[in-house]
Design a protein around this ligand. Structure first.
Ligand code: DP6
Length: 336
């Protein structure tokens, strides 16, 4: 492409975007196409105000490769390649190279969905720099190509990732069910380890689909969980929501453990936290467990129970810190 055409097609200004991580209440695990990153099951999530990524993006004609700084350090080759591939998908292979600086407000790669907020923030910035359609559903389709969970982080509040019919994935995107002001529930994230996980979600999903004997049952039973959570949200039924969210989480981890070779994202502190939350519940405090592909345990609770639940989580010796999150906003640009 000629330099003049490039100048017209791309915005060479510096853009900063913010996106928040999300927690799946009904989990996504498994792909119907790994190449196009199409999920095998639908999922429902809550976007979280306290866990955010801020990304500054700029096309730069003087670079001869993409530059990716993550949390103030050059990113690993694996992460840089993933970003380059993603930018090629969104902006084309004849695009200029880009300078990307990204900062997470929480530990990266430790099961706190940093890829969700990371790819959502990047999608928002790149789409603007490359002059793409800014409709949230189109952006969600693009974010999904980076990471399935990122499609949900384009929206604030409660979002549902839909499974489309198109083999190309044009209708596999997340929609907003309710915005962040709809229902105030809280998520307390108990951090027990800040090391990166052994097996990333993408690899873990592929291994599960190929080897886990319960995979078919996982796919077949996900529709019921989606219906139950949609109903619980519509009627703001906290007990129902917590119960189904905990079930979806435990079912996903059981499935993951059943893969060959088996995978276990939990640490001893994870198990102790599950028991702590179950004890709280048996003593009358409604709190429910959810865990992603990492050792951190998240307690879903009501605002009036936050202090009690937080104190119980902090009493577990392996807990490094507890982060309180509320429903958060969708991805947005800080400047244009
Ligand atoms: C356990 O979205 O990280 O957090 O699409 O391969 O990037 P890729 O996977 P990713 O997986 C998230 C898995 C999960 C459950 C969830 O967020 O629904």
């Amino acid at each position: 492409m000629k330099e003049k055409q490039r100048r017209e097609k791309y915005n060479f200004g510096q853009l900063t975007a913010v996106a928040h991580s999300n927690i799946a209440l009904v989990k996504y695990w498994g792909k119907r196409s790994a190449a196009k990153n199409l999920p095998a099951v639908g999922s429902i999530s809550l976007t979280l105000d306290a866990l955010k990524t801020e990304t500054t993006f700029q096309f730069d004609a003087s670079l001869n490769s993409d530059l990716f700084i993550l949390n103030e350090k050059p990113a690993s080759e694996f992460r840089r390649n993933r970003i380059t591939e993603f930018l090629n998908c969104l902006a084309g292979t004849d695009r200029p190279f880009a300078r990307i600086e990204s900062k997470n407000s929480f530990p990266t790669g430790a099961g706190l969905a940093s890829s969700a907020s990371g790819f959502a923030a990047l999608t928002k910035a790149v789409s603007c720099a490359a002059g793409l359609d800014q409709n949230t559903e189109s952006l969600s389709t693009l974010a999904r190509m980076g990471s399935g969970s990122a499609a949900r982080s384009m929206h604030g509040g409660y979002a549902e990732m839909k499974i489309g019919d198109d083999a190309g994935g044009s209708d596999d995107y997340a929609i907003q069910l309710y915005d962040e002001g709809y229902w105030d529930i809280r998520l307390l994230v108990a951090i027990v380890s800040i090391g990166s996980k052994e097996t990333g979600s993408t690899e873990g999903m592929i291994r599960t689909a190929e080897t886990a004997p319960y995979y078919k049952a996982w796919i077949e039973s996900s529709g019921t969980d989606l219906v139950d959570v949609r109903r619980a949200l519509a009627s703001r039924n906290f007990t129902r929501l917590g119960e189904v969210a905990e079930h979806s989480c435990m079912k996903m981890h059981g499935l993951i453990m059943s893969a060959r070779p088996s995978m276990l994202y939990w640490e001893p502190g994870t198990v102790e936290l599950i028991r702590t939350i179950w004890d709280l519940r048996s003593q009358g405090t409604p709190a429910y467990v959810t865990i992603d592909a990492g050792p951190q345990v998240k307690a879903i609770c009501r605002p009036q129970d936050v202090d009690r639940v937080k104190q119980a989580l902090e009493s577990v010796p392996d807990v490094i810190r507890v982060i309180e999150a509320r429903p958060g906003p969708g991805a947005y640009l800080l400047n244009k």
